[in-house]
Design a protein around this ligand. Structure first.
Ligand code: S3P
Length: 175
């Protein structure tokens, strides 16, 4: 089974995806990490030096390369904006990826993201006092796309890491 995990920044795609893959002997790929390996630059450096439009082009190309490889069992954690691009959704659909939306409450996301502002290129330039509104607005603008793109939507509420892992495993029929 090929699984694409997606959701907003801070929803735990990478940590949960990695743990799930380890538990089930699946290959794990984090798209942001693959982009960094391919370009030799951090995501922040790409945004800084080339801007978001170029980042989206690179993101699409790296996703295309991964999807081409036809893994048997793969968990691919996407970036928060990957699934927003219709061409990226198409790539995943053509190769029968199960698209899993990790739907985390916005207040939880905001709490996490406020602590990680500097590691998030989309947030670094937003003034502190506007950050909460900015995150809310970005989330709202993406919410329906996330929901419509998902084959399975897993709502993560107050669960801790282990409980979230168990919940996702149950939905996916994994260990
Ligand atoms: C982005 C999310 C980031 C990264 C880039 C853009 C987004 O990934 O791809 O900064 O548009 O939401 P994470 O969701 O893994 O932080």
């Amino acid at each position: 089974m090929k699984i694409a995990l997606f959701g907003f920044m801070g929803s735990g795609k990478s940590t949960l995806g990695k743990a799930l893959a380890e538990k089930n002997a699946y290959v794990f790929i984090d798209l942001d990490e693959a982009i960094e390996t391919k370009t030799g630059l951090s995501i922040s450096q790409i945004f800084e030096a080339k801007g978001e439009i170029v980042f989206r082009k690179i993101e699409h190309q790296v996703l295309k390369d991964i999807v081409k490889r036809d893994y048997t069992n793969l968990i691919l954690s996407l970036g928060g904006g990957t699934i927003i691009q219709p061409t990226n959704r198409k790539l995943l659909e053509v190769k029968n990826y199960k698209k899993i939306y990790l739907d985390v409450q916005t207040d939880v996301l905001i709490e996490r993201l406020l602590k990680q502002k500097n590691e998030r290129p989309l947030l670094t330039k937003v003034p502190e006092e506007k950050l909460q509104d900015y995150i809310n607005a970005l989330f709202l603008s993406r919410k329906s796309i996330y929901e419509n793109a998902s084959d399975i939507r897993i709502s993560i509420e107050k669960e801790n890491f282990e409980q979230s892992l168990e919940k996702i495993s149950l939905y996916l029929n994994l260990n």
